[in-house]
Design a protein around this ligand. Structure first.
Ligand SMILES: [Zn+2]
Length: 69
């Protein structure tokens, strides 16, 4: 099992959910892997690399994703 912080897009299973927490307000949300290609991530990119591309739904901070489980 690959630790999720080191996982690449290719390592995610269809049922996996990625938890991302906003560093600005603490809001967290689950992201379904099927939504990730729309963020511009390719199969060889690490999952953690998507965090800076996300925008928080609560405080609208961008690039504040700091935790991925
Ligand atoms: Zn936020």
């Amino acid at each position: 099992m690959v630790p999720l912080y080191a996982a690449r897009m290719d390592d995610l299973k269809p049922g996996d959910l990625v938890l991302v927490e906003c560093g600005a307000c603490g809001h967290d949300g689950l992201i379904h892997p099927s939504a990730l290609p729309s963020l511009g991530l390719g199969p060889d990119e690490r999952v953690v690399d998507m965090a800076p591309r996300l925008r928080c739904r609560d405080c609208d901070a961008k690039g504040e994703g700091r935790r991925i489980d």
